[in-house]
Design a protein around this ligand. Structure first.
Ligand code: GTR
Length: 346
């Protein structure tokens, strides 16, 4: 018995020593890179100017998110890394900027996932109608393992994914009549993003999908080329679509997020230290953007109501969900596993 006690004592002492040793070795290993990154060493090195694109104006939460990134990079590097944000589609429509980002002509690009599904079909999992139960569910999925997995597919296509911003839910709005059921959509000319999944979704509901760029929607609504579109509250209002399309129905058919892309071509020229800084800045901008988002949704609704718009919230979504079956059949056939995993996220 005594032997056993002394054996155990010895064992504990050894373990304690080892732990001290592990801590002594690991602490500087963990702390030093962090100190290094935040130290004045960031001043030195190549000056870098990054060009960033967004199709919303400066006050919109996504553009504000990019500006937060720019501010952090400037601060952390004492001005060595400058990120210039070009708002309001100054660098081109979403489709054009995606191409330019791939070519290395734009370094950072905040875009919606819908057009990305045309390049990386796996992202359709995030664009499927009614796939997410709530904002919390969506955050858990995109910020977790599934989000990381999908980001990997981007690399082969020339992009580095830095994180997801909020875009709320997309719903229908139009200038003709309040949509209270699926049949009210019948025959309406509805603008959609240039993505097959959104085209098929609108078709499945009996409306006529008209793919066009975001920048063309305002005039197309005014001239009657289209009678409606689908988007979140802030886009409906900030882009002035609500001036003509006065009926907004909260059918919430998708909760497709926004993504911050970095050009792989440019990424490959950066030092590991700068890549890490950029990743961190993007990550830090996400909670900031999401907070602004909440505020903007409320403000947009208020503004629209104050100008005489009608917001229809009390609809039965079940027929909308049922009508989306062909969309799942066509677009989610190869994504069954991921769809199952998304649904299983609690
Ligand atoms: C918005 C999104 C834009 C653009 C737009 C659209 O919600 O933030 O980047 O994708 O939708 O419908 O084209």
């Amino acid at each position: 018995m005594r032997n056993l006690v002394s054996l155990l004592n010895l064992l504990f002492k050894q373990l304690a020593k080892r732990r001290a040793l592990v801590i002594a070795i690991a602490t500087p290993l963990l702390v030093l890179p962090a100190l290094y990154i935040s130290s004045t060493g960031q001043r030195d090195g190549k000056k870098i100017v990054l060009k960033a694109a967004d199709d919303h104006e400066l006050t919109y939460p996504t553009t504000q998110g990019l500006l937060k990134m720019a501010e952090l990079l400037k601060k952390w590097t004492h001005g060595r890394i400058t990120m210039i944000v070009y708002p309001s589609a100054q660098l081109g429509s979403e489709r054009e900027t995606i191409k330019k980002t791939r070519e290395g002509k734009i370094d950072i690009n905040r875009v919606n996932i819908n057009p990305i599904t045309q390049i990386v079909p796996q992202f359709k999992a995030f664009a499927l109608p009614y796939i997410f139960r709530s904002a919390e569910h969506m955050h858990k999925v995109v910020d977790g393992e599934i989000g990381k997995e999908l980001m990997k597919y981007l690399e082969k296509k020339g992009f580095i994914g830095l994180g997801f911003y909020d875009s709320g839910q997309r719903s229908f709005y139009n200038s003709v009549r309040p949509i209270r059921s699926v049949k009210d959509l019948k025959g309406l000319r509805i603008r959609v993003q240039k993505a097959q999944i959104t085209i098929d979704m609108v078709k499945a509901l009996g409306a006529i999908p008209i793919p066009m760029s975001f920048e063309e929607v305002y005039t197309a609504l005014r001239t009657g080329v289209i009678q409606g579109a689908e988007n979140n509250y802030p886009s409906w209002v900030t882009k002035g679509h609500f001036e003509t399309a006065k009926y907004y129905t909260q059918d919430e058919h998708s909760r497709v997020p926004e993504i911050i892309l970095f050009s792989k071509k440019r990424w490959d020229t950066l030092s590991p230290r700068d890549r890490e800084l950029i990743r961190r800045a993007a990550k830090a901008s996400i909670p900031y953007q999401r907070k602004l988002w909440q505020k903007m949704v409320e403000e947009s609704k208020k503004k629209a109501l104050a100008t005489g718009c009608e917001i229809i919230t009390n609809i039965d979504k079940t027929p909308f969900i049922k009508a989306m079956k062909p969309v799942y059949k066509k677009h989610a056939a190869d994504l069954q596993d991921i769809v199952r995993r998304i649904r299983a996220v609690k």
